[in-house]
Design a protein around this ligand. Sequence first.
Ligand SMILES: [Mg+2]
Ligand SMILES: [Zn+2]
Length: 223
Amino acid sequence: MTLKSDLIVFSDFDGTFTARDIGNRIYTHFSGGRNRPLVEDWKKGLISSRECLTRESELITATADDIKAFLNQFELSAGALETYKELTNHGIPFYILSDGLDFYIEYILRKYHLEQIPYCANRAIFDGNRLRIEFPYQNDSCPRCGSCKGVRIKEIVGAQREAVDVVFIGDGLSDICALPQSDSIFARGDLLTYCRNHHFPAIEYSDFFDILTWFKETGKITD
Ligand SMILES: [Mg+2]
Ligand SMILES: [Zn+2]
């Protein structure tokens, strides 16, 4: 691809672009909490995202409509909409990279009239009240992820890597493959702890207004 901007922004979805971790809430709600041991094993690195999502999906019986009704309660993070609009007004590409599921990302983006945002995620396939996950962005070089953010950043930025400043925004352990591919890292939650323990120079943030302020104060966008 050809980038018009020398900046490119990648954001995680669950708990980052949205205030709460929607994927986790869905599985917890519809499994009655029986997914928790799987999530704990995933956090410890004992099982991959693929195994975790596949086995979590086996625990729930819910139709797509059941889950969509549950989605109404979720909102974007404070400042996410404003930041996205400012960045795109300045010609800065903005992507969502998620190791969650396409159907709720699509639903939430549509709710906020943001369906134009390109995103990568795992694919949810409903068959009645059974849910099955496919991994179109799976990469054999990464044993950890379903949809590996490091691989996706490399693919999207491509040969222009040296000329482009990559900004990544995240909150969790599904984001760690993005870290070596990023020039500026915004982190909160488990990702912030991981960055501190592994010496990645992360900028702590609490919501997207902090990130918008950083873009302005560093002169990366000007009014
Ligand atoms: Mg997240
Ligand atoms: Zn990965």
